[in-house]
Design a protein around this ligand. Structure first.
Ligand SMILES: [Mg+2]
Length: 406
């Protein structure tokens, strides 16, 4: 099980993905997801230039030791690029270990704690009619929990709105080439509009459907508190990312104002980022997915800590988490006790030509399948047919031109 080769594959089947391949001297292959949306080549270079030389000849069974070597050994710790690279190595080593054991990865993490992992999909609409149609389309697809995002009168294209031709909300905000798209934002207009959207959706679909919403880091603490309070009558499963993630104390104000459950952390990458939020019980769900938070080893540490405070998982699952990253989150989610929910957006159909995954969607939930390892194979020949193209997430400006959080 000595590591013989470490290769980085950058491919664009519909969107960019960075995939790590670790090959052992006895010819086994493990896969990891190193995709960091909009900054892909930074992680690819970190892996190929700085990490790969350190892995040659290492025993691939030594997962914890390798994690510590890459984390402590870099001297410069944490950050999205470093932790995405560590995550990719960690997941590839878990994939290898499970293949050697002849078991699906979740069996090595303690075995299944549930039949499947509940997921939520993204319903969205430029206006309320379009949104209601999108919720119906997701219910028909089999979703049992739904995030709703709506256009705001007076604003054009904003976070979470669908492409004109896709009622299933395969939301892809990243540009294909060129510079970042510029969107216009207005928090007061958003705050006036959103409670009425939830009232309409609740009236239409009844009290039982779990509903989620993402404010995408745009509000001040007092605005966030007002939104959480205004949405309380509509019984959200969670309200996500109400304030920019750096000012964690802001959530004390939101907590004091409302019992709306809160989720945060898709831009976090280590247990240190969650220390205050979990210890003070300022959140209910941890949003980090496996590939952005130091892998299975890194995220499991966060979730074990969270479990002491009855905080649950709510793993990020946009289309820029590759099928390898999705599978890693699924195996961990199936095994832990404090699983909450997972985000599940369907990948671009072309992604299926590169990534062959055994996961299945049934009764509103995902199962990773029972093949040894992660249950994902990567077709490198197919990957080579989809060359990388740089792209950016949008940026936000207020009406007067001031840059705002996107
Ligand atoms: Mg979010």
């Amino acid at each position: 099980m000595l590591i013989k080769a470490v290769d980085v594959i950058v491919t664009r089947p519909g969107r960019n993905f960075v995939t790590l391949k670790i090959t052992t001297e006895d010819g086994l292959v493990g896969w990891g997801d190193a995709t960091l949306n909009g900054r892909e080549l930074a992680v690819a270079a970190y892996l190929s230039e700085h990490v790969a030389p350190m892995l040659a000849g290492i025993d691939a069974h030594r997962i914890e030791d390798t994690w510590q070597l890459l984390y402590r050994g870099a001297y410069w710790r944490r950050g999205p690029v470093t932790m995405a690279a560590i995550a990719a190595v960690d997941v590839a080593l878990w994939d290898l270990k499970a293949k050697v054991a002849g078991l699906p990865l979740y069996q090595l993490l303690g075995g299944a704690s549930r039949d499947r992992c509940l997921v939520y999909g993204h319903a969205n609409g430029r206006d309320t009619e379009e949104l209601l149609d999108s919720v119906r389309a997701h219910l028909e697809l089999g979703y049992r929990a739904i995030r709703i995002q709506s256009g705001v009168p007076g604003l054009g294209s904003i976070y979470g709105l669908p492409p004109a031709d896709d009622r299933l909300g395969r939301y892809e905000p990243t540009s294909a080439g060129g510079l970042p798209a510029v969107e216009t934002w207005d928090s007061p207009a958003y705050l006036r509009h959103i409670p009425g959207v939830f009232e309409t959706v609740r009236n239409e679909f009844g009290p039982e459907l779990p509903l989620l919403h993402d404010a995408h880091h745009r509000l001040t603490p007092i605005q966030a508190a007002r939104l959480a309070k205004a949405l309380e009558p509509y019984d959200l499963f969670w309200l996500e990312d109400v304030t920019p993630a750096e000012n964690q104390e802001a959530l004390r104000l939101v907590r004091a104002a409302s019992t709306t459950p809160l989720a945060i952390g898709e831009v976090f990458n280590s247990i240190v980022d969650y220390q205050l939020l979990i210890r003070e019980q300022l959140i209910d769900y941890v949003r980090s997915p496996v590939p952005h938070a130091g892998g299975i080893t890194g995220l499991r540490r966060v979730l074990d800590y969270a479990a002491m405070y009855q905080v649950k998982s709510g793993m990020h699952g946009p289309v820029d988490v590759s099928p390898v990253g999705l599978a890693a989150s699924l195996h961990l989610g199936l095994a832990i006790h404090n699983f909450g929910i997972m985000e599940y957006m369907r990948h671009h159909p072309l992604a299926g030509e590169v990534f062959r995954s055994t996961h299945t969607f049934d009764d509103g939930g995902l199962h990773p399948g029972d093949e040894p390892g992660l249950g994902v194979d990567v077709d490198e020949e197919a990957a080579a047919a989809f060359p990388f193209q740089p792209g950016y997430l949008p940026v936000n400006r207020l009406a007067d031109g001031t840059v705002h959080d996107w």
